[in-house]
Design a protein around this ligand. Structure first.
Ligand code: CA
Length: 221
């Protein structure tokens, strides 16, 4: 699950990034609206957390351009302004939720989870392969009827491979979907998660093949 945080208050952004990462989300952070529009075109984010008062443009303008472009990514608006008109403007422009500052991190996280669940429910039916059933709406995976105990990163890796089952997923692509841009990640982090996933899928689940020099492939045969 990858989140783009657009917030120019450095202290707030640091705190939010740390707490969301601690909960297992991949988080990218930008401070300007223009950067948000650029980033969101390059990376398939699951959610955007958007401050209204940005240095270069209003968060409402960012939202407007996103929706004009046809982007359906859920957007949670943060605003210091308590005015009701702000809230109405945001929702009119296609925001999915709205959180006035100041707020408790736990409150933000509860809303983030709710939005992600909603987004998944709309866009993501259960994926099946062999005996593996990967239910993105329910957040559960089973192998021949047995529940699979997956950590969040393992879940992200498997999700990325399941969506493209039978096709090579490059390491770059996989990393982009599992980790944040500036997240300190060791060179072998991806291999570690893939290794753990393989153990959990053995012996009767689908095989994750390493395609040397390229990436990974979830075998459909
Ligand atoms: Ca601001």
């Amino acid at each position: 699950m990858r989140i783009l945080l657009i917030e120019d208050n450095a202290a707030l952004a640091r705190g939010l990034t740390a707490s969301l990462r601690a909960s297992g989300f991949a988080v990218d952070h930008v401070t300007h609206g223009v950067a948000a529009l650029e980033e969101s075109e390059l990376v398939p984010y699951n959610l955007m957390i958007l401050d209204v008062g940005l240095p270069d443009m209003s968060g409402f303008d960012v939202l407007k351009r996103l929706r004009q472009r046809g982007a359906t990514t859920p957007v949670l608006i943060l605003t210091a302004r308590a005015a009701l008109t702000d809230r109405v403007t945001g929702l009119d422009l296609g925001a999915d939720d709205y959180l006035p500052k100041p707020f408790e991190p736990a409150e933000l996280e509860a809303r983030v989870r709710a939005l992600l669940r909603r987004g998944q429910g709309q866009a993501a039916p259960a994926l099946t392969l062999g005996g593996l059933v990967f239910d993105r709406s329910a957040g559960t995976a089973t192998l021949h009827g047995r529940p699979l105990d997956l950590r969040r990163r393992e879940w992200s890796v498997l999700e990325s491979l399941m969506i493209r089952a039978g096709k090579v997923v490059t390491k770059e692509r996989l990393s982009a979907e599992v980790f944040g841009h500036d997240e300190p990640v060791g060179p072998n982090a991806l291999e570690v998660y893939v290794g753990r996933l393989r153990k959990k899928l053995e012996p009767d689940g689908p095989t994750i093949r390493t395609i040397r020099g390229l990436g990974y492939l979830l075998d459909v045969s």
